[in-house]
Design a protein around this ligand. Structure first.
Ligand SMILES: Cc1ncc(COP(=O)(O)O)c(C=O)c1O
Length: 450
């Protein structure tokens, strides 16, 4: 079943509702900035990705990547939807267990696991640790031997797939084994007494919307798995193709921003990605489970950020500037990765969004803007210069940034003495619940000795 995030919004007169809840009334009660999650949307995303893949390849197991957003209430929803999970630190493993995930449903990836992380993961008896180097494999075997346990492992490989976005699947990256050393690594794993070989893992990047990258990655892994069977008689339990399922960041209630760079306009279909992978999996010599580790695609469009305009200026050039109370302290990806979020004026939702504004955050830092300063200077601009909002947009108005549920809120910080905002969840029964409270001023020095 395909649903759209737009089904969750409704305009009633001059009010914008999200899952039936009037957004201005939320601002009146809780203030800004504030992140608002939809429980229904989180559940729909979980079902949609699981069904899309299982339709093509029955034995698919979705492992939610906690790094995209590890709020306990969100984890609990995914657990209840039958998802498993992927963690990348002791902290995430601790939170996953706290949220109720069964250790047998958890896998652990990281290029930098400390000795104490490995002890904790082995003792927790999780399903599988994705080993990143020869050094780590030996260390892990010693730890498991000391604990008198056998530990399930996958080997992370860089399949040398170039993607248009982040490149985590090539040997120039810091991750995993190169293809050329993989067989030596599996041979070593066969010899180690406390290691139980379970799978192979590759994660080629994030927001992978082109089918060629998925085709190249799944083809390479299937070839390796067949060769491991032929040469070493190794039968794996699973193939893990990592995360990277893309999100359509362009979906909005108003006309599409025609200044949007082509990078964001790519059309894709998750069914096509699933089909491309499963076509390759059908060439396997025996039955293997498919694991994937989506993060962003499960949470991004289930959340909006409400922010208030706090300042306005008009330059002599005629360029109009709006300053809002949400900056890269709570959406760092706008600065570092140049992610695009559609913006709506909630206070004037019934007015035409047709006037160009520059938008900046509140931080005393020139990079705290929602356009790409560096790109504009060197001609490779990734974000639109202007955002279109109603001509009368002014201080006091509330703006909604859509699709903000992934990564940004996870790495929010107190830079410039800013308080981190709360997270709210609109529950399926229409109730609104605080799932993370707003910082208080005393939180700013909570960990200091004074
Ligand atoms: C190993 C691994 N798996 C899964 C993910 C999740 O990726 P995405 O949020 O693009 O689905 C990441 C993201 O960095 C990752 O490093």
């Amino acid at each position: 079943m395909y649903t759209s995030i737009l089904d969750h919004f409704k305009v009633e007169g001059n009010r914008l509702l999200f899952d039936g809840v009037d957004l201005l009334s939320i601002v009146e009660k809780y203030g800004t900035p504030i992140f608002i999650f939809s429980e229904s949307r989180l559940k729909e995303n979980a079902k949609f990705i699981q069904e899309s893949f299982r339709k093509e390849y029955r034995e698919t197991y979705i492992h939610y990547a906690l790094k995209a957003n590890s709020i306990l209430s969100i984890l609990k929803i995914f657990k209840d939807e039958g998802l498993k999970c992927e963690v990348s630190s002791t902290g995430e493993l601790y939170k996953a267990i706290k949220a109720g995930f069964n250790p047998e449903d958890i896998i652990y990836n990281s290029p930098g696991k400390r000795v104490e992380d490995l002890y904790y993961a082995v003792k927790s008896r999780i399903n599988c640790i994705n080993v990143d180097s020869f050094y780590e494999m030996m260390l892990l075997n010693n730890i498991a031997s000391e604990l008198n346990l056998k530990v399930g492992i996958s080997l992370r490989v860089v399949p040398e797939v170039m993607t248009p976005t982040l490149k985590t699947g090539i040997s120039r990256s810091k991750f995993g084994f190169e293809i050329g050393e993989l067989f030596k690594a599996y041979r070593l794993a066969l010899e180690l007494k406390n290691i139980d070989i379970k799978g192979i893992h590759a994660h080629i990047g994030s927001q992978i919307s082109d089918l060629t990258s998925w085709e190249n990655s799944s083809r390479t892994i299937v070839d390796i798995v067949n060769q491991l069977y032929n040469d070493l008689k190794i039968e794996l339990d699973h193939i893990n193709l990592g995360g990277g399922i893309p999100v359509d960041y362009t979906k909005t209630l108003v006309e599409e921003d025609n200044e949007l760079p082509a990078y964001y306009k790519v059309k894709f279909d998750i069914h096509d990605i699933a089909r491309t992978i499963s076509t390759n999996l059908r060439r396997l010599k025996y039955d293997v489970k498919l694991y994937i580790e989506p993060g962003r695609s499960l949470v991004a469009d289930a959340c909006i950020l409400l922010t208030r305009i706090v300042n306005f200026k008009e330059r002599s050039s005629g360029e109009k500037w709006l300053i809002v109370d949400a900056g890269f302290n709570i959406l760092p990806s706008a600065r570092i990765l140049r992610w695009y979020y559609p913006i709506l004026n909630v206070s004037r939702i019934d007015e035409k969004h047709d006037t160009s504004f520059r938008i900046g955050g509140p931080l005393c830092d020139a990079e705290d803007v929602y356009h790409d300063v560096e790109g504009e200077e060197n001609g490779f601009q990734k974000l639109p210069r202007y955002r279109r909002l109603p001509g009368k947009t002014s201080p006091g108005d509330v703006l909604a940034f859509l699709h903000t549920g992934a990564y940004g809120p996870e790495v929010m910080m107190n830079f410039n003495g800013m308080l981190r905002p709360p997270y709210l969840m609109i529950l399926r029964n229409g109730d609104v619940k605080i799932i993370r409270r707003r910082d208080e001023l005393d939180d700013l020095y909570r960990y200091e000795e004074f």
